[in-house]
Write a protein that binds this ligand. Structure first.
Ligand SMILES: [Zn+2]
Length: 268
């Protein structure tokens, strides 16, 4: 069941592993489909067959196995079907099956879907992580989650902080299609950090009900995240004070607060 519709485009979630979302972008006009970060080929092939789709492109945000693990098998599947497939991925990461390597400012045109995507470099979770923005839909992998953000693996805290600020500056209406259903656990942390934020408390209640009903909390939006996500709110005095109480170090910059929050969350 499609959970979002913009103009002629449908975006559906294919669930994979315990909490991954593989996003499938379709159009009303034809059978073409595009997958974002297909970590598991089998669930995608089942979905494609069930909905009588033709896979024409794969968008990869970064090299982690739960995002690229299904690419090789999907490539073979498309070859068997005789479907031409284009695989897009980040320039700075060794994603072996990519046909087109992308970097900040590049744009790609998916003609079958009549969508253009702009590529944003968003390093931090990994060094070469990219995001795709088109039609006010942002596919941001493991960079920004609802009420949280990705861990720092081979990037730096400074890079991730910068990348999140870059995303926070997108239009408020931008829908956030991240790759995991982590919202409820992220909110537990957010509430520990930003205790008196009434928007956050209300959002937590809504998310708790959605999850009790086994409904997805994604997409979120930039407007929502700017109100409730502590990692986008390091300018906030209450959050800086929480980071100070936790770390017993002075919060001399937003980056210092961000770094403490991210390290705190790792052991929360
Ligand atoms: Zn990852």
């Amino acid at each position: 069941m499609p959970i979002s519709q913009t103009s002629n485009t449908f975006i559906s979630a294919i669930k994979a592993f315990s909490d991954n979302y593989i996003w499938c972008i379709q159009t009303k006009n034809n059978q073409s489909a595009v997958l974002v970060d297909p970590g598991d080929a089998d669930v995608c092939i089942t979905y494609i067959k069930k909905h009588n789709l033709i896979l024409t492109a794969i968008l990869i945000t970064h090299r982690h196995p739960d995002h690229v693990g299904g690419v090789s098998k999907l490539k073979s599947f498309c070859q068997q079907q005789g479907w031409p497939l284009t695989i897009y991925g980040p320039t700075l990461e060794a994603t072996e099956h990519c046909h087109v390597k992308l970097k900040d400012g590049d744009s790609i045109s998916l003609k079958e879907l009549n969508i253009e995507f702009t590529v944003l470099d968003v390093p931090g979770h990994t060094l070469g992580h990219i995001a795709y923005l088109g039609d006010d839909n942002l596919f941001c992998g493991d960079t920004l989650f609802s009420a949280g953000c990705g861990r720092v693996f081979d990037g730096t805290y400074e890079q991730l902080h910068h990348s999140l600020n870059k995303l926070a500056n997108l239009a408020d209406k931008t829908r956030i299609y991240c790759a995991h259903e982590y919202t409820l656990a992220n909110l537990d942390f957010a509430l520990a950090v930003d205790t008196h934020n009434s928007e956050l408390i209300n959002f937590h209640n809504q998310v708790r009900i959605r999850r009790e009903q086994n409904k997805s909390t994604i997409p979120s939006s930039i407007a929502i995240e700017k109100k409730i996500n502590p990692f986008l709110r390091c300018f906030d005095h209450a959050i800086q004070e929480s980071a100070h109480q936790y770390s017993h170090t002075p919060m001399t910059s937003e980056l210092a607060t961000f770094t403490v929050l991210r390290q705190w969350k790792n052991s929360f």
